[in-house]
Design a protein. Structure first.
Length: 202
């Protein structure tokens, strides 16, 4: 019942607030290990969140974990998503939301951050689904804005625009494209959902 009202009872990443600014924070995150899938939403009937089920099966949400041990892995929050352009035979280049015109297809990369006990990629069980990649993320710094409600495209786009403008105004150098962090399952009531737009900075 708590999840319907937005209670976050799973492990979340530790971070240090470097600076609290007007409407956003600058945070430093330590290195982490993530399970990741990159896909064209058309593979999942145009569902941008289609990769969720694949990652959930890897950690064992629906029964036997789809990894080689098999080892059940605790769910954590948030679920991370970022968009890119589909480029033949290479990993996608992550692009901003507004790069949507033309013939290029969008891909989505979704990540589950693995529990802190997994310090290196090789510590995590190997996925049996070859679409799932285990990746080490180095320590990083982000400008972060937190908001409630449903993280629809227009809302996220507005948050990205405002945060980008605030970061530039305050003299921060942006080093990449935004990611979206969502902390609650889909059945959480929208007013109780916690979402974050995160933009990497120097």
């Amino acid at each position: 019942m708590g999840m319907v009202f937005g209670k976050i009872s799973v492990e979340t990443p530790k971070y240090t607030v470097v600076k609290s600014c007007d409407g956003y924070e600058i945070r430093e995150y330590p290195p982490t290990v993530a399970a990741e899938i990159t896909y064209d939403p058309s593979e999942f009937k145009d569902n941008k969140d289609g990769g969720f089920t694949v990652l959930a099966k890897y950690i064992g949400v629906f029964g036997k974990p789809e990894n080689q041990k098999p080892e059940k892995i605790a769910m954590t929050a948030p679920v991370i998503t970022k968009e890119g352009e589909k480029i033949a035979m290479t990993a996608p280049v992550v692009t901003k939301e507004e790069g949507g015109g033309g013939e290029k297809k969008k891909t989505v990369t979704m990540q589950f951050l693995l529990p802190e006990m997994y310090k290196k990629a090789e510590d995590a069980p190997r996925p049996t689904d070859e679409r799932v990649v285990i990746r080490e993320e180095g320590g990083r710094k982000y400008g972060v804005v937190t908001f409630s409600g449903t993280a629809g495209e227009s809302v996220v786009s507005e948050k990205v625009k405002k945060l980008t403008s605030d970061l530039e105004r305050d003299g921060f150098k942006i080093t990449g494209d935004f990611i979206l962090a969502r902390y609650n399952p889909p059945w959480t009531l929208p007013p109780f959902k916690t979402n974050e737009v995160m933009i990497p900075v120097e």
